[in-house]
Design a protein around this ligand. Structure first.
Ligand code: FPP
Length: 255
């Protein structure tokens, strides 16, 4: 499991420690092939496998994938139901391989709205892989950045009410400790495929200093080379966290 720092630091070779991805474009990928959207989501799962493997090879510590947003319930009933089945099948089929490869799988989001069978698979998968250290794969499902901040504040208030936490001013540190990603470094790098250039209620708090990357490549076409291209863009950037470029170059910034 990755440890926390004030600001997440990139690894020695310039690879981001934590990459967060909005996997967009499955539907359009299928439509271009005159196929149903379901076909695009199935192809999307294949892309997930490739990207997880490649992240592990590169030494990425945390990969967070936006699989289902709080707003995705508005999709046609059939598509929502297909996505639920796909999550169950994928977990069932892939969990042993993920485990063998040292990948720790965990879910963030309000899982209570999911079918019971999916909630069980999630719990089993998390329990089976919890001690793995090679890569933490975080699946954001029924997740929203607003939801995450609200549940964090609610937990702080509840703890203060019962005296588990002393009354104190709300600070960024206190909020962070109660987010669903409390024990993880914030993402260094955010990727969105599919051509839209927005954050869509993904890790809103956690993306404060994250480098953003948008590509028109549709998610099922996003492969190892696409990830390498994205990471090369990341490597060319200077992260300043509010300091001047000179402070960063002279290493006088207190990060
Ligand atoms: C967005 O494409 C994609 C989704 C809402 C679902 C993503 C889910 C997967 C790739 C399956 C992942 C499974 C696991 C277990 C991690 P879209 O449908 O919005 O595409 P469009 O913008 O072209 O319509």
């Amino acid at each position: 499991m990755a440890t926390d720092d004030k600001h997440s630091l990139i690894t020695e070779n310039g690879i981001p420690r934590h990459i967060a991805i909005i996997m967009d474009g499955n539907g359009r990928w299928a439509e271009k092939r005159f196929m149903p959207r379901a076909f695009g989501h199935q192809a999307g799962v294949k892309a997930v496998r490739k990207i997880v493997e490649h992240c592990a090879e590169l030494g990425v510590e945390v990969l967070t994938l936006f699989a289902f947003s709080s707003e995705n319930w508005h999709r046609p009933k059939e598509e929502v139901s297909l996505l639920m089945s796909l999550f169950v099948e994928t977990l069932q089929r892939e969990i042993d391989t993920l485990d063998k490869n040292g990948i720790c799988v965990r879910f963030i989001g309000d899982r209570s709205a999911f079918p019971v069978v999916l909630q069980e698979k999630i719990l089993e998968g998390e329990a089976q892989t919890k001690d793995n250290k090679a890569l933490t794969l975080v699946i954001a499902a029924n997740y929203g950045g607003h939801w995450d901040m609200c549940q964090a504040v609610q937990r702080v208030v509840d703890k203060m009410t019962i005296g588990e936490l002393s009354k104190q001013p709300i600070s960024p540190g206190l909020i962070k400790e109660h987010l669903s990603t409390a024990d993880l470094p914030d993402p260094d790098f955010f990727i969105r495929t599919g051509g839209e250039e927005r954050v869509s209620n993904f890790l809103l708090w956690q993306l404060a200093y994250t480098e953003l990357y948008f590509t028109t490549t549709l998610w099922p076409d996003f492969d190892q080379n696409s990830l390498d291209d994205a990471i090369n863009s990341f490597k060319s950037r200077q992260r300043r966290f509010g300091h001047t470029g000179e402070q960063i170059l002279n290493k006088t910034a207190l990060l």
